[in-house]
Structure formats: structure tokens, C-alpha cells
Design a protein around this ligand. Structure first.
Ligand code: BES
Ligand code: MN
Ligand code: ZN
Length: 491
């Protein structure tokens, strides 16, 4: 992880310089100083490249003079639309163009200190890399960015704005690490072990094994787990951050699907692309990263994170299509398709969560259905909720963070498709609307509590890089839910 610092504006005399430039702006501050020191080279290069400062535009100028190895200009667009997200993305774009430079100076001297912090945050997020299994990589193939110094007229102010963003980036990196790990390494027990050290941040961590979950009546989760040699786990993470006057406040609850590998079970998936199912634990990974963030930035709120960890395997002990399981709620389920396992895991964990914590709301995250990718592509997560106010808050936080969610319907006519001839419900319906009927299934286990379900199957993993993440694990949901909490529940 590159080291990030903030300092008063001074033109660097070596390394790389990043200029964040708004649309139609004229040279000022460090930009102007750099242009003058290089005898106008930067200005000429920007004009040849027809750089106008439009959002997303970028130009690299190699060896412009004045000792600089390169100057990268990144467009910030119109000042009126200059949100934190726009600046974060500009910071991220700059880093994607500068991976070969060990020392980078980013001129944010024309921006407010909070936006200078945002530029650093975006840069850090984009610098993530999961390379622990690359043993043969040559030095000249590896990114070199080691130090990023951000120039701002108010370094103390920028540092103060940046502190919670650093906590957030570390939380997102925890999520990305968990989601990137292959399933032979990250089985349920290993996932739980990686949650334990979060206790150092002040989180209370409890780990439940098969025996404890059996005692709690988790027949649905244990049915999914029974085909695997890797024992299931449930991790409960608690953060008590509410100030004394609100100390006894009910917690916000976040619940994650943590299928460390989803073969489909006896209803086995086709071979092509099955390797993607190592990230079928992304909902749980997001909850872990979020809880880490809330604790690390000492969020003034009470929150709990619960994750159900199982591996869905076919074997002589695996559950069969047609099996009937009893959930912790007492409701029974006919398992028509063993590949619809996420909802079975969530059923028990959600029921346990509302029963134990009586939370203000429950938000679950799950790579639940392929159908949500058909509906929304890789642009937005599916949002399902029984609470309009909560849904509105999530949509707003999504627009602000760029982790967007699109509300999908729920209703009686979908719910009744879950009717079973032998049990209280079955775990799948016909294909039409199957993201919705999956959400209906989950809703049967929230006991009427305010609840939102985020189907993140299309968002947890990216085949292409984006301004704030390289390709691979995106940590979708960490920034979204951190913002939801910060804006609505901390005072
Ligand atoms: N983990 C999958 C959903 C998924 C698919 C996530 C593709 C990410 C990418 C889930 O457990 C699953 O298998 N869902 C089935 C449900 C079906 C059997 C009703 C699906 O979507 O096909
Ligand atoms: Mn499945
Ligand atoms: Zn799954």
C-alpha cells in the first residue's frame, strides 16, 4: 500500500506530478508553476492533446523538463458538478497512469482540503493489487508506486478529512483480499480466522461452528454445508460505537452470504466459468470490510455484522433435490435445487440476527442470482426492500459513492410462487423473475423487520478495471454502506 501524505504546495523537482484540472480552467498554483518551470511544455502538450479538463480526460507528458519524469493531467469536469466521487475517480485515474513511478506528487492546491483528501482516497483505492500468488513476476512488471504526496493549502484540514477515508480504504482492501482468495485457501474456517484479528479495532468477534449452529436449529445452512469436508461457520461481529447518551440504542445489522465456493451441489453447475464461484462469499466479504471500517473510524453508531460461511459441494453426504430442511425460524423448506443455496444460508442467519439483536434494520448482501445480472448488468446492484425510507437512503448513498443500486419490486404474486406441495415453501421458482422470488424467499425470514436485500452478483467482481479498482474484486457495498451509516445514523 503506498504511503500517503499531505503537504503545503511546492513544485517537485523530480518524479511524477499529477495536475487535477477543471474544465475550462486556466493555469494557476502548482499547475502554472510547473508550466513556467518547463518553459511552457505542459501547456503546449495539453493543447496539442486538446485537453480541456473534461471529466475522465487525461494526458501524460513525458520528460517535460524541470527534472520531472512525467506530468499527468486529469480532468475534473465542471466545478458545479465537482463531487467527492468525481475527485476520487480523478485520483484513481491518475494512479492507473502512474503505476511505474515510485514517487508521485498530486497537486490538489486548487481544491478544498476535503477534496484533496478525496483525491488521495481514490488514488489509494485504485492502487490495490492482489499479488500474493505471483512469485515469478519481474521487478519491471510490478507497480512501483510507494509514496503519494498530496499538495494542499490546508494540510492539517486535508489530513483530518482523510483519516476516515483511510479506514474505509483499509476495509475495502480487506474485502478485496477475502474475495480474491481462491477457495482452497479461503474455506469457512479460514474466513472466520481472518475476522478474529478485527478484535484489535474494538469489535467483539464470535465464531459459531457446526455444533453451535445445530443447537440453534440452523437446518437450512447446515443442509448446504453437509456435502463439504470444510465445516461451516457463522461469524458475529459487534461494534458498540454509539455515544453514552445513545449507548443502549438498537444496532444496525448487516448480513452477508459467505459461500466460499458454490459448485451448485448435486444440482451441479456447468464447468465453464465455475471458477468464478470462489467469490460467492462476496456478501460476507463486504460485511467484514464494512465492520472493519466502522470500527477503524470509530463510527458513532451500534452495528452488528453476521456472516454465514459454507462451501456448497456435491458428495456422498450432500443434500439432495427434494430434501426438506427445517430452518431456525421453524419454517420448513423443500430444496428443489441445491444451487439455490445462498437463500438457505441467509434464512437462518437473518432469523438469528433479528431474534437476538432486534436491529433497527437488516441489510443483507449476497451474490444471490445470475438473473440479476440479466436485469441490471454490471452497472447496479438489485435492491429489494420492505421499507421505502431505507430504500431511498440506499439509493442516495449509491448515487453519491458510485456504488449504485436499483430498486426491484416485491409482492404477494411473486411470494406465492414459492408454494411447495410438501413443505412450507420451496427454494426455487420457475425462471421468470427469479431474482425477485429469491428476495421473496429471504423476506420470509426477516420477521417483518425493516430490511433491504442487495443482490450483488453482477457487482462483486469486475472483468474490467474502473477508476477506483483494478479488475477483479471490487469491494462493492463497503463504500455504499459506510456512507449510508455516516449520513443517516451517526447523530
Ligand atoms: N451464486 C449463485 C449466483 C451467481 C451466479 C452469482 C453468477 C454470481 C454469478 C447462486 O447460488 C445460484 O447458483 N443461483 C442460481 C439460482 C437458481 C438455481 C434458482 C442462479 O442464479 O442460477
Ligand atoms: Mn448456487
Ligand atoms: Zn451461490
Amino acid at each position: 500500500m503506498p504511503e500517503i501524505s499531505f503537504s503545503e504546495p511546492a513544485l517537485p523537482t523530480s518524479g511524477a506530478l499529477v495536475l487535477l484540472i477543471g474544465e475550462g480552467e486556466t493555469p494557476a498554483g502548482i499547475w502554472r508553476a510547473a508550466d513556467e518551470a518547463t518553459g511552457g511544455t505542459i501547456g503546449r502538450a495539453l493543447s496539442v492533446a486538446e485537453f480541456t479538463g473534461k471529466k475522465g480526460q487525461s494526458v501524460t507528458v513525458l520528460a517535460p523538463g524541470a527534472g520531472l519524469a512525467r506530468v499527468v493531467a486529469v480532468g475534473l469536469g465542471n466545478e458545479a458538478d465537482r463531487t467527492r466521487l468525481v475527485v476520487e475517480e480523478a485520483g484513481g485515474t491518475a494512479v492507473s497512469l502512474l503505476a511505474r513511478e515510485p514517487v508521485v506528487v498530486m497537486a490538489a492546491d486548487l481544491l478544498a482540503p476535503a477534496l484533496a483528501a478525496a483525491a488521495a482516497h481514490g488514488a489509494l483505492l485504485r492502487s490495490y493489487r492482489f499479488d500474493r500468488y505471483r512469485t515469478q513476476e519481474k521487478e519491471d512488471e510490478r507497480p512501483r508506486l510507494a509514496q503519494l504526496s498530496v499538495l494542499t493549502s490546508d494540510a492539517a484540514g486535508a489530513r483530518a478529512s482523510y483519516a476516515p477515508m483511510q479506514a474505509l480504504a483499509e476495509g475495502a482492501f480487506l474485502t478485496r483480499d477475502l474475495v480474491s482468495e481462491p477457495a482452497n485457501v479461503l474455506n469457512p474456517a479460514e474466513f472466520a480466522e481472518r475476522c478474529r484479528p478485527l478484535a484489535r479495532l474494538g469489535l467483539t468477534i464470535e465464531v459459531f461452528g457446526r455444533t453451535e449452529m445445530h443447537a440453534l436449529g440452523f437446518g437450512a445452512l447446515l443442509g448446504v454445508a453437509q456435502g463439504s469436508l470444510n465445516e461451516p461457520r457463522m461469524v458475529v461481529m459487534q461494534w458498540q460505537g454509539a455515544p453514552p447518551a445513545r449507548a443502549s440504542e438498537k444496532p444496525l445489522a448487516f448480513i452477508g452470504k459467505g459461500v466460499t465456493f458454490d459448485t451448485g451441489g448435486i444440482s451441479i453447475k456447468p464447468a465453464a466459468g465455475m471458477e468464478d464461484m470462489k467469490w460467492d462469499m462476496a456478501g460476507a466479504g463486504t460485511v467484514a470490510g464494512l465492520m472493519s471500517t466502522l470500527a477503524a473510524r470509530k463510527a458513532s453508531v451500534n452495528a452488528v455484522g453476521l456472516i454465514g460461511l459454507v462451501e456448497n459441494m456435491p458428495s456422498g453426504s450432500a443434500q439432495r433435490p427434494g430434501d426438506v430442511v427445517k430452518t431456525a425460524s421453524g419454517q420448513t423448506v423443500e430444496v428443489i435445487n441445491t444451487d439455490a443455496e445462498g437463500r438457505l444460508v441467509l434464512a437462518d442467519v437473518l432469523w438469528y440476527c433479528q431474534n437476538r439483536f432486534d436491529p433497527r434494520f437488516m441489510i443483507d448482501l449476497a451474490t444471490l442470482t445470475g438473473a440479476i445480472i440479466v436485469s441490471l448488468g454490471h452497472e447496479q446492484a438489485g435492491l429489494f426492500s420492505n421499507d421505502d425510507a431505507l430504500a431511498e437512503k440506499l439509493i442516495k448513498a449509491g448515487l453519491e459513492t458510485g456504488e449504485r443500486v436499483w430498486r426491484m419490486p416485491l409482492g404477494e404474486s411473486y411470494d406465492k410462487q414459492l408454494k411447495s406441495d410438501i413443505a412450507d415453501m420451496k427454494n426455487v421458482t420457475a425462471r421468470p423473475g427469479s431474482s425477485i422470488t429469491a428476495a421473496q424467499f429471504i423476506q420470509r425470514f426477516v420477521n417483518g423487520k425493516p430490511w433491504a436485500h442487495l443482490d450483488i452478483a453482477g457487482m462483486a467482481w469486475a472483468a474490467k478495471e474502473s477508476p477506483l479498482a483494478p479488475k477483479g474484486a471490487t469491494s462493492f457495498g463497503v463504500r455504499l454502506l459506510d456512507r449510508l451509516v455516516a449520513e443517516n445514523y451517526e447523530s
